[in-house]
Ligand binder design. Structure first.
Ligand code: NAD
Length: 497
């Protein structure tokens, strides 16, 4: 009998009322391994009710209680990260070492959330007027909905729920239905670490479940990560329902290589950032902007490195795994036809890569396309696969212009040995995360993660100070302890004396 992954509500696996399920594939095998339950709006309501019921006690628990839970959770997660990596590889397809990297970056956010006692300290101004003190405190916002994408099934939930929970909120997490098991694994681990039932709930599903969260009156805030059209929709719908929203969207990340750059470093970086996780990263480099004078040499160096990559089953020590679904694989491969039609040069064709894995897996090898016209969909679309496009240009100014004309503004990188050029680049690009001789500039957990333009909707980035701010709301208190010398009627606006 096919195993069904259930929701995790109020501290236990829970099937809900829905009979609808969806298959969960192992992309390296190309076959479904299990089914996942798809929630109805009523099921989501049950999860929200559990989170709402758990809120008063959790919100009022001591900071010490919440910190101790988080510390235990961090220790358990670190001790069992290899088990989680196996789940990530089996459902997402990324190679085991990359799954380990994803978990390490998630652990960093748990460690950041351990600073909650410090973050929650608030501010105090004594005697702002005679015998009057003003202080501010930050309190949890309430029940938080987190909706995450397929490409980081552990890290993206970990960007949000440790901070939300440590700040005293309760959570309903809706992970991607394509690789849902990591969310249950994390919720069960949290329960083992001592988290009370109802504080962290997981509902599985698709649009129906997401829509139910976006309009539910007892959900105070929504954190979303996914593609731009859905991020925009989530932002608009949740905001129209009076919720606080942060919605991180898609990307098309550029890497500009100037003639004075170390070309070996740049070639390594382009390969790592273009093909890691089969290009299914929102910070993947997708468009390589090469200045004409060094473009031939750079393309040759990249192609040479690509010939050493092994594509195959992530459990076999390969460098790159499969894509998430057969449909997505076919869509990405379709861009090779578009490239040929649009007059680009296919330097390395991933359809011809020999694969170390099952024949039915969702494979496409690393692909390099040169001379891509900027009018081509190959350049314009977020392909989200192992396809690196080279756009040739005459210099720095053309690169800046192209980067800033993109509707997205998530990540960008420049490779150069000219500090002045790098500095000017950093100041002029309309992009949220910038790498200088660093290809995937994902900020550490104590800075915040997020892009500009259509890569984010709402004004709070993920994790770091902005993540903390998003999951808390401030109260400012003005107090005066009675002094017989004060008082009397005064209809003027309060002033200080
Ligand atoms: P997606 O937008 O298809 O799905 C994201 C979430 O939204 C999933 O939980 C899914 O179930 C739900 N969803 C899908 N369609 C929906 C609809 N019509 N209505 C309501 N909810 C819906 O994204 P994906 O394919 O899972 O993930 C890849 C995308 O995520 C890429 O565009 C990538 O750039 C982006 N991403 C962005 C960041 C970032 O930080 N900016 C990080 C990771 C991924």
């Amino acid at each position: 009998m096919t195993q069904i992954l259930e929701h995790w509500i109020d501290g236990k696996a829970w099937p809900g009322e829905s009979t609808r399920t969806a298959p969960v594939f192992d992309p390296a095998l190309g076959t479904p391994q299990r089914e996942v339950r798809m929630a109805t709006a009523t099921d989501v309501g049950t999860a929200v009710a559990a989170a709402a019921a758990a809120l008063p006690q959790w919100r009022d628990s001591s900071i010490a209680t919440r910190s101790r839970f988080l510390l235990t959770f961090r220790e358990l997660l670190n001790a069992r990260k290899d088990d989680l990596a196996q789940i990530l590889t089996a459902e997402h397809g990324k190679v085991l070492s990359d799954a380990g990297g994803e978990i390490a970056r998630g652990l960093e956010v748990v460690e950041f959330a351990l600073a909650m006692p410090q973050l929650l300290k608030g501010e105090f101004s004594q005697n702002v007027s005679t015998d009057v003190d003003v202080y501010s405190v930050r309190e949890p916002v309430g029940v938080v909905g987190i909706i995450s994408p397929f490409n980081f099934p552990a890290m993206v939930p970990l960007w949000f729920f440790p901070i939300a929970i440590a700040a005293g909120n309760t959570v309903v997490l809706k992970p991607s239905e394509k690789d849902p098991s990591a969310a249950n694994w994390l919720a069960e681990l949290a329960a083992e670490a001592g988290l009370p039932a109802g504080v962290l709930n997981v509902v599985h599903g698709d649009k129906e479940a997401v829509d139910a969260l976006l309009v539910h009156p007892d959900v105070a805030a929504i954190s979303f990560v996914g593609s731009t059209p859905i991020a925009r929709y989530v932002y608009q719908t949740a905001a129209a329902n009076d919720k606080r929203v942060q919605a991180l969207g898609g990307a098309k990340n550029h890497m500009l290589v100037l003639p004075d750059a170390d070309l070996d470093l740049a070639a390594d970086a382009a390969v790592n950032a273009g093909f890691g996780s089969a290009g299914e990263r929102c910070m993947a480099v997708s468009a390589l902007l090469a200045v004409d004078s060094i473009a031939d040499e750079l393309v040759a160096k990249i192609a040479e490195r690509m010939s050493e990559l092994r594509t195959g089953d992530g459990r076999r020590g390969c460098d790159m795994g499969p894509l998430i679904t057969r449909e997505h694989r076919d869509k990405v491969a379709g861009y090779l036809d578009v490239a040929a039609t649009d007059g680009a040069t296919i330097v390395v064709d991933g359809r011809e890569t020999s694969i170390d894995g099952a024949a039915e897996g969702f494979w496409l090898g690393p692909t390099l396309i040169d001379n891509v016209p900027t009018s081509s969909a190959v350049y314009q679309d977020e392909i989200f696969g192992p396809v690196l496009s080279v756009v040739r240009m005459n210099g720095f100014e053309e690169g800046i212009e192209l980067i800033n004309s993109s509707p997205y503004g998530n990540g960008v990188a420049i490779f150069t040995n000219d500090g002045g050029a790098a500095r000017q680049f950093q100041r002029r690009v309309t992009v949220g995360m910038i790498g200088i001789n660093v290809p995937i500039p994902v900020p550490v957990a104590y800075h915040s993660f997020g892009g500009h333009k259509a890569s984010i909707f709402g004004d709070a980035k993920a994790y770091g100070p902005q993540g903390f701010s998003f999951f808390t709301q401030e109260k400012a208190i003005t107090s005066r302890w009675l002094d017989p010398s004060h008082g009397g009627i005064n209809l003027g606006f309060p002033q200080h004396s």
